[in-house]
Design a protein around this ligand. Structure first.
Ligand code: SF4
Length: 236
């Protein structure tokens, strides 16, 4: 996937002016100083706690996950504790989050980590991707948040911001769109990528929302492709 990402960078490099990218980073970095949300998994460096959070956050909102996450870590504070649990016990704890297959995949992943990685959360994207239930987004999130690796992420929030602001058009299934993955990597800063990823997630959840984005108060508005088109249409 990584080489595919690198190869497709040529497809859009010309579309993204360097100055616009710098401005985009600056505006969002400034926005984040006042607006990043606080969640317990964002203030820990414990790879296990971050691994659990990323599993629970799959297709589930952070506010929904927060109370379940606290209960989960109280019950299973370490990977060794979790390794003693049955699938059924994990499923009961995770039931309020939906996605019934999540418990089974988490259980299977823990087995692999115990057997192949000596009970330590793997610290590479490729190793994480080999675990049941871990896709590219989750693997990269764990690498960035738990191991401070400079790996950008792409989810529907990030895809929406990139498409709107830069005027990109990704595929229907954003999570598999090489163009958008390339864009996400290209616009990310070289350092503090974990914080950058969280910034995009929170900006997409709170400002550049799927429905009724808050363009009127958005710090990106003056250079946003989407806002320009919609404002122009409203003034015709
Ligand atoms: S101006 Fe509107 S569409 Fe553009 S980034 Fe901001 S909220 Fe999103």
């Amino acid at each position: 996937m990584t080489s595919a990402i690198a190869q497709s960078q040529e497809n859009f490099t010309l579309l993204l002016a360097a100055n616009k990218i710098k401005w985009f980073r600056r505006q969002l970095t400034s926005w984040a100083t006042l607006n990043l949300r606080e969640f317990p998994w964002r203030t820990t460096t414990d790879a296990y706690a971050i691994f659990i959070a990323e599993f629970l956050l799959q297709k589930t909102s952070a506010n929904t996950v927060a109370p379940i996450y606290a209960d989960f870590l109280t019950r299973y504070p370490t990977l060794e504790d979790l390794a003693t649990a049955s699938v059924a016990e994990i499923a009961i704890l995770l039931k309020p989050l939906g996605l019934h297959f999540r418990a089974d995949r988490l259980y299977q992943s823990v087995r692999v980590i115990i057997e192949q990685y000596d009970g330590k959360i793997p610290a590479s994207e490729a190793q994480l991707l080999s675990l049941p239930g871990i896709g590219l987004y989750t693997a990269r999130s764990i690498c960035a948040n738990a191991f401070a690796q400079p790996l950008a992420i792409l989810d529907t929030n990030v895809a929406r911001i990139l498409e709107r602001f830069f005027g990109l058009q990704g595929n229907r299934v954003k999570s598999r769109c090489k163009l958008l993955w390339s864009a996400a990597e290209y616009v990310a800063p070289k350092t503090s990528v974990s914080r950058w990823n969280l910034t995009l997630l929170d900006f997409g959840a709170g400002v550049c929302t799927a429905r009724n984005p808050s363009c009127g108060i958005c710090p990106l508005r003056s250079q946003c492709n989407y806002a320009k088109i919609n404002l122009d249409m409203n003034h015709e």
